[in-house]
Design a protein around this ligand. Structure first.
Ligand SMILES: NC(=O)c1ccc[n+]([C@@H]2O[C@H](COP(=O)([O-])OP(=O)(O)OC[C@H]3O[C@@H](n4cnc5c(N)ncnc54)[C@H](OP(=O)(O)O)[C@@H]3O)[C@@H](O)[C@H]2O)c1
Length: 282
């Protein structure tokens, strides 16, 4: 049966690879990203890869809550139900910056945008029985440091901590959503894709990207985007239908850091995210 899938960050890397793999299965894809030209190219590639697949691109910056609200409205106007939402978009920034709402951009884009988008799409996801939410985390979450809170301020900005905190937030969010949602309606899992050869860090310039790639290449850690996307695609399959609240790496359950499974941390992130996005839950 054709699956309707929304994939954020589909213009490059893991999101692009996931889109092409799901197109191969005949998916009905809504691709999301910031770059219209690139997004349309990936949508065309998906349609070429499988003429039976449907793919269209919608532009949105996940760090802008206005963009995310407009995106959710556009998706809801186009599709009655959504089978899978893949919260994949993510970036690390070498310098401090803020979202239009004045929130540090790593946390705003990597976590808050997905928190908001997921909540806005929950009614459509629940119609899929169950709808699935797959959120892309990272092994980098282990470097999170919450001593100065979840969200960094301009002074003393540390790009690694900002990124690690946002990835911890992805994993905690996936778990909390599962705990708060009837699994017959919506399931929620997180993925550690491994260290992937992609355009990650390219936004900071060629030198920064090369440094990032070389550091991992020397340690022989880099895998292809297709290999990294395998677990994401697996979570959309029939075999993974009943999984919820899990953190998966290479299709197997993996153990995140102790912070990621701390219920107090979960409650703290949930309340902060509600507060910063204005989401209301019953
Ligand atoms: N690369 C790795 O080794 C690795 C390891 C673990 C986890 N991850 C995670 O995997 C996910 C995908 O990363 P990747 O390696 O595939 O990197 P990538 O090639 O840079 O792709 C990232 C995608 O996210 C999009 N994106 C970033 N910020 C966005 C925003 N605010 N709004 C909309 N789209 C945004 C990018 O679009 P633009 O072209 O507009 O920037 C791009 O399409 C991220 O969540 C990352 O944290 C990556």
């Amino acid at each position: 049966m054709t699956k309707t899938c929304v994939i954020t960050g589909a213009t490059s890397g893991l999101g692009r690879a996931t889109a092409v793999m799901l197109a191969g299965q005949g998916g009905d894809l809504i691709l999301v990203g910031r770059n219209q030209a690139l997004g349309e190219r990936v949508a065309a590639l998906c349609r070429r890869r499988n003429p039976g697949a449907r793919a269209e691109f919608l532009r949105a910056d996940l760090s802008s809550q206005a963009d995310v609200r407009a995106l959710a409205a556009a998706i809801s106007a186009r599709r009655g139900h959504i089978d899978v939402l893949i919260n994949n978009a993510g970036a690390r920034y070498d310098t401090y910056g803020e979202s239009p709402e004045g929130i540090e951009r790593t946390f705003a884009g990597n976590h808050l945008g997905h928190f908001l988008l997921t909540h806005l799409l929950l009614p459509q996801l629940a119609l899929a029985t169950p709808g699935r939410v797959v959120t892309v985390g990272s092994v980098a979450h282990a470097g999170a440091d919450l001593t100065r809170g979840w969200v960094q301020r301009g002074e003393g900005y540390d790009r690694r901590v900002a990124y690690a905190n946002s990835k911890l937030a992805n994993i905690v969010f996936a778990r909390e959503l599962a705990a708060r949602t009837d699994p017959a309606r919506v399931t929620s899992n997180a993925v550690d894709p491994g260290i992937v050869f992609s355009r990650f860090a390219r936004n900071n310039g060629l030198k920064s990207w090369l440094k990032h790639v070389m550091a991992h290449a020397i340690r022989r850690e880099l895998i292809s985007t297709r290999a990294g996307a395998d677990t994401i695609v697996y979570l959309t399959s029939a075999a993974a239908l009943s999984l919820t609240g899990r953190y998966l790496r290479k299709r197997m359950e993996s153990s995140p850091s102790s912070l990621a499974i701390d219920p107090e941390i979960g409650l703290q992130l949930w309340n902060l995210s509600l507060n910063l996005t204005g989401v209301r839950t019953q």
